[in-house]
Design a protein around this ligand. Structure first.
Ligand SMILES: *Cc1c(COP(=O)(O)O)cnc(C)c1O
Length: 363
């Protein structure tokens, strides 16, 4: 069986270093908000090219903390793509603001900048962009719209650690960004973890405080905060894995390039290739076909595991009953036609070749 993503194999590459990192934390006797978190925050801020990184509990909490720190709540509207992973939208709901869904572009799978403006009202506060599947959004166009209406731009970078837009890394493109280091992401911890990156020092200070009970110094609470901290063990693991992120992203790009040049089945549409293609980090490689379910069974029968990102759009989820009757046709079509092929930093050339062959034989 060619597995979609073999995490055991991914982490086995760094087994010794990860064990040393764990031992260092165990021996330190200090497990929450210590040296490892501090070092990781500095290293990841440098990596993204921003002033501040705040380590937090996970990606959803990272986004929630940004929205909370900006003071958004009931009555505020936040623009978000209709085809994102539901966590981006949950973060908006969690602070009591209203998510305003905007359809993606069929070629990039990212929010369609030309659709944004007509959804802006006097209550709109921010555009929450999502670099879906590892590909940066067209930030220049979006920033122009945001400037015109005085909106914040917040990045959901959960799927795009290391992706680049015109020389700048995701996480440094907007006012603030939320990252997830869920084990399956390009930069994955060995448990839950996340971060906020920003150049806004006031925002950073507020998030340092909010993640730790709203306390800026011990037993002094200035906000009704949370416990959304990153722990020392995960920070120590992330410091090991950050060193190899660019190398792993390069392997992903090479596999994507193989797929793009060698898959030639007329039933299948490949991801569009833009001049920014080399800067995509291919969190997942998503193809499109009207025969999606049949293709997936065919691949399963040939021992190739695939995944659907995602089977049901957020507005049709039971959790969002209030949106169930709204129409997002592009998003709905994508959710019927998309299929993700295996792609990971530990996928062998032989496996990639076999996947291409089998996909090309599908009729
Ligand atoms: C994974 C993911 C999240 C949530 O991250 P968690 O760490 O699982 O909370 C948010 N947005 C997107 C686009 C994601 O892929």
């Amino acid at each position: 069986m060619i597995t979609f993503l073999n995490l055991k194999k991914v982490n086995a590459q760094y087994e010794n270093e990860l064990k040393e990192a764990a031992a260092r934390v165990i021996d330190s006797g200090w497990y929450i908000l210590g040296q490892e978190v501090k070092e990781f925050e500095q290293e990841f801020a440098d990596y993204c090219g921003v002033k501040h990184c705040i380590g937090v509990s996970n990606g959803l909490d990272a986004l929630k903390l940004i929205l909370k720190a900006y003071g958004y709540g009931p009555g505020d509207e936040i623009i978000v793509p209709s085809n994102t992973y539901i966590a981006s939208i949950l973060a908006i709901s969690e602070v009591g603001a209203t998510p305003i869904l905007v359809e993606p572009n069929f070629n990039t799978y990212n929010i369609n900048p030309s659709q944004i403006e007509k959804f802006i009202t006097k209550n709109t506060k921010a555009i929450l962009v999502v670099h879906l599947y590892g590909r940066s959004v067209d930030i220049d166009t979006i920033q122009k719209i945001a400037d015109r209406y005085h909106l914040k731009v917040i990045e959901d970078s959960a799927q795009a650690q290391g992706a680049i837009y015109k020389g700048r890394k995701t996480g440094s493109l907007g006012d603030a960004a939320g990252f997830s280091f869920y084990p399956g992401k390009n930069l994955g911890a060995l448990g839950d973890a996340g971060a906020v990156t920003t150049n806004d020092s006031k925002l950073a200070n507020d998030i340092y405080t909010l993640r730790n009970y709203g306390s800026h110094k011990k037993y002094e609470n200035i906000y009704k905060g949370y416990n959304h901290r990153l722990d020392e063990m995960q920070a120590a693991f992330l410091r090991v894995k950050l060193k190899y992120l660019d190398k792993e992203n390069q392997v992903r790009r090479e596999i994507a390039k193989e797929y793009l040049t060698s898959i030639n089945n007329p039933l299948i549409t490949l991801p569009s290739v833009s001049k920014h293609m080399l800067e995509n980090v291919w969190h997942v490689f998503v193809i499109r076909t009207a025969e999606r379910d049949r293709l997936q069974s065919y691949l399963t029968n040939q021992d190739i595991q695939t995944v659907i990102h995602y089977p049901k759009p957020p507005h049709l989820q039971e959790a969002y009953k209030e949106m169930n009757s709204k129409k997002y046709p592009i998003s709905e079509q994508m959710h019927k036609e998309l299929l993700s092929l295996p792609l990971s930093p530990v996928q062998s050339k032989v496996d990639t070749k076999k996947i291409i062959e089998v996909v090309n034989h599908f009729r």
